[in-house]
Design a binder for this molecule. Structure first.
Ligand code: PHE
Length: 519
């Protein structure tokens, strides 16, 4: 302890304690300190420390860096880095060119009089592209004058566009550090949907503190330590002189990764289990359906906005799906004048061709309705889980393809309290005890309710429910009431998984998926 005694004869406690502390360091901590003592004045990156220590896992650097930091020997600097990468639209732009670029190429290639919107459509630009595309061009100097596109300064526009295109190709492959990029263009592209994504990351560097720099390298020699006591070792005396390795329960470690079901699949399995437990049977149906079964059977008027091409994926193959004439006739009567249901119907003329158009089902309600038609005299409690399709623009809360869970209680005394109790039981088995229902409207139920659950102090709308109207049940051939409900699964998944963007559910990012909680 010579070094611990000051020239005046009194003990320098600091220094004594410091030496004890250094002697107690783990071998890894010593190795890292030793490496850093080769240059006391610099900041070390993970890679440099890995190279110097010969370690192959940065976990060791993080772990030793942390314990040395806690002892006041090392300081850690955290730098925020913004990494930019191409999002889905960005990747498309890389392949096919930016929207404004493609329209601008068409503009330059077209005769002055030919630069009309009509010709733009003829050149193959869809309405959903032309609108936003012209918007983009307008903001950089293109004008629409009596139906024609005109540009005062073509050179300026070309230059702006080529800078944008260069930007996109400069981040074509890897995530790029944003500090190397044009900040204005980052700003521009982050305001546009799906072009770039920005990820914030922290990078760390480690440097010796003043105290760390005074540590004597000769005290940092590797000490043989026993990590595991074996029966062999205990037979002899050799263990007596050796140090035991302390067990550090706070040491950072790699999270083990193994195969696991996708979170959506796990949620579906859980829901399935709950409904089976509640005595329901599962039914299935095809994605491809006729408009008749998907809509007319549900008394959705043929003029309903949700039936247009904008909302529904109609098919060109099969363009037409034959529907049993018996149902077409019944639906015609119900829709036109109510038939025997006591209703007045929607009026107008029912179009049987419309009812035989092929489409991708827009809700799973088509499954339950078909089930009733096939089993009109059999009381049943069934549910179905499956994909449905709607023409939605993809954003934070919408996907054109998503999942619904649907169910019915079809029996003589089915009623609204029964429906509400069933839904409350379901949600409570899923772990949500606060459920409320509010009046709502669907063309096929009366009364209709919307179901909300309380999540972190907020009421969230999860689905619709109600009793099928006689206009629905009568043509199906049943005399009993039908409790029905349906809800989107992705909303529930986002809630359970704490996501704010629905797209996160379907990005094939194994790392992120691996981090999602187990349901
Ligand atoms: N089909 C409705 C939807 O897609 C939900 C619903 C199902 C409502 C059954 C009432 C009864 O949102």
């Amino acid at each position: 302890m010579g070094g611990g005694i000051s020239p005046h004869g009194s003990i320098k406690w600091d220094s004594l304690l410091d030496r004890v502390m250094v002697a107690e360091l783990s071998n890894n901590d010593k190795a890292m300190l030793k490496a850093m003592l080769t240059d006391c004045d610099r900041d070390w990156t993970v890679q440099e420390l890995l190279d110097l220590t010969g370690w192959n896992d940065q976990v060791h650097v993080a772990g030793s860096g942390k314990s040395l930091n806690e002892l006041g020997l090392v300081k850690i600097t955290e730098n925020q880095v913004k990494l930019i990468s191409l999002d889905s639209e960005g990747k498309r732009a890389l392949e096919f060119g930016l929207l404004e670029n493609r329209i601008w190429d068409w503009f330059l290639e077209s005769e002055i009089e030919g630069r009309t919107m009509n010709n733009l459509f003829k050149a193959g630009f869809q309405r959903n592209e032309a609108g936003p595309g012209i918007g983009l061009l307008k903001s950089i100097g293109v004008n629409l004058e009596s139906g024609r596109l005109v540009a005062a300064d073509e050179e300026k526009i070309s230059s702006i566009i080529s800078k944008r295109a260069e930007f996109i190709s400069s981040i074509s492959t890897e995530s790029t550090d944003s500090s190397d990029l044009d900040q204005q263009l980052i700003q521009h592209f982050s305001g546009r949907k799906g072009l770039i994504s920005i990820e914030e990351r922290v990078s760390r560097t480690w440097a010796l503190t003043e105290k760390g720099a005074t540590v004597d390298v000769s005290e940092l020699s590797h000490v043989e330590m026993i990590g595991e006591l074996t029966p062999e070792l205990l037979k002899g005396d050799s263990w007596k002189g050796i140090k035991f390795k302390p067990f550090d329960i706070n040491a950072p470690a790699i999270t083990p990764t193994g195969g696991r079901p996708h979170p959506m699949q796990a949620l579906i399995e859980r829901i399935r289990k709950v409904f089976l437990e509640m005595g329901f049977s599962e039914i299935e149906g095809n994605f491809v359906q006729s408009a008749g079964w998907n809509m007319d059977a549900l008394y959705i008027p043929q003029s309903h906005p949700a039936r247009t091409m904008q909302d529904t994926f109609y098919l060109s193959n099969p363009e037409r799906i034959d529907v049993d004439e018996r149902y077409l006739n019944l639906w015609s009567k119900v829709h036109e004048h109510g038939h025997d249901t006591g209703s007045r119907g929607w009026g107008g003329v029912f179009d049987k061709d419309e009812a035989q158009k092929g489409l991708l089902r827009t809700h799973t309600t088509v499954n339950t309705v078909k089930h009733i038609a096939e089993n009109p005299d059999v009381p049943s409690r069934v549910f179905g889980i499956g994909r449905v399709f709607r023409q939605e623009t993809i954003d934070r809360t919408h996907l054109p393809e998503f999942h619904q869970i649907e169910g019915i209680i079809h029996e003589e005394n089915a009623n609204l309290p029964m429906l509400i109790t069933t839904l409350k039981t379901f949600y409570s088995k899923m772990g949500y005890d606060d459920v409320r229902v509010r009046p709502a409207y669907f063309p096929y139920t009366e009364p209709s309710v919307e179901v909300d659950i309380l999540w972190r102090g907020e009421w969230l709308e999860l689905g619709g429910a109600g009793i099928f109207r006689p206009e629905v049940t009568e043509p199906l051939g049943t005399e009993w009431p039908v409790c029905a409900w349906g809800m989107g699964l992705e909303r529930l998944a986002m809630l359970v998984l704490g996501l704010t963007d629905i797209r996160q559910l379907y990005q094939p990012d194994l790392e992120k998926l691996g981090q999602m909680p187990i349901l």
